[in-house]
Design a protein around this ligand. Structure first.
Ligand SMILES: [Zn+2]
Length: 138
């Protein structure tokens, strides 16, 4: 945050002081528990997949660290590839009727997609918070 002339803006100094006063939770804890990347106490999600606008504990503006469509792309490609391998394995190994595929794979896809989306959203929000890829001042 040091400019070309060596000048450090006052806002950056204040931000660093504010950030250092919070015990940083581990990225694994943030990802698995869905907690605030700054304070580690506030919940990251309201409901299943909606990211809260601000941390209820420390007030961190989480809109500035929005992961966008990134988690969905990873889940679609990764889960889709893994599921198709499992579907073909079950089909060729056990040859079940078509309706059993529906009963097996639709609930699996929904649960796995929501679980992976939560994990990836929390992971990417934490990475954006750590590396400050977005400006907090906007
Ligand atoms: Zn917080």
């Amino acid at each position: 945050m040091i400019g070309a002339a060596g000048h450090v803006p006052a806002a950056c100094l204040l931000e660093d002081v504010a950030l250092s006063s919070w015990p940083a939770p581990s990225p694994i804890a943030v990802t698995l528990r869905g907690i605030c990347p700054r304070c580690g106490r506030g919940k990251l999600f309201r409901g299943l997949l909606t990211v809260v606008e601000r941390c209820p504990e420390c007030g961190l503006d989480l809109r500035a660290h929005d992961a966008g469509d990134g988690p969905a792309v990873f889940v679609i490609l990764g889960l889709g590839a893994i599921m198709m391998m499992l579907v073909f394995w079950v089909e060729f190994r056990f040859e079940p009727p078509w309706w059993l595929h529906i009963l097996l794979w639709v609930p699996f896809a929904v649960v796995a997609a929501v679980w992976l989306l939560r994990l990836l959203k929390a992971f990417l929000i934490n990475q954006q918070y750590i590396h400050r890829s977005t400006s907090l001042e906007e």
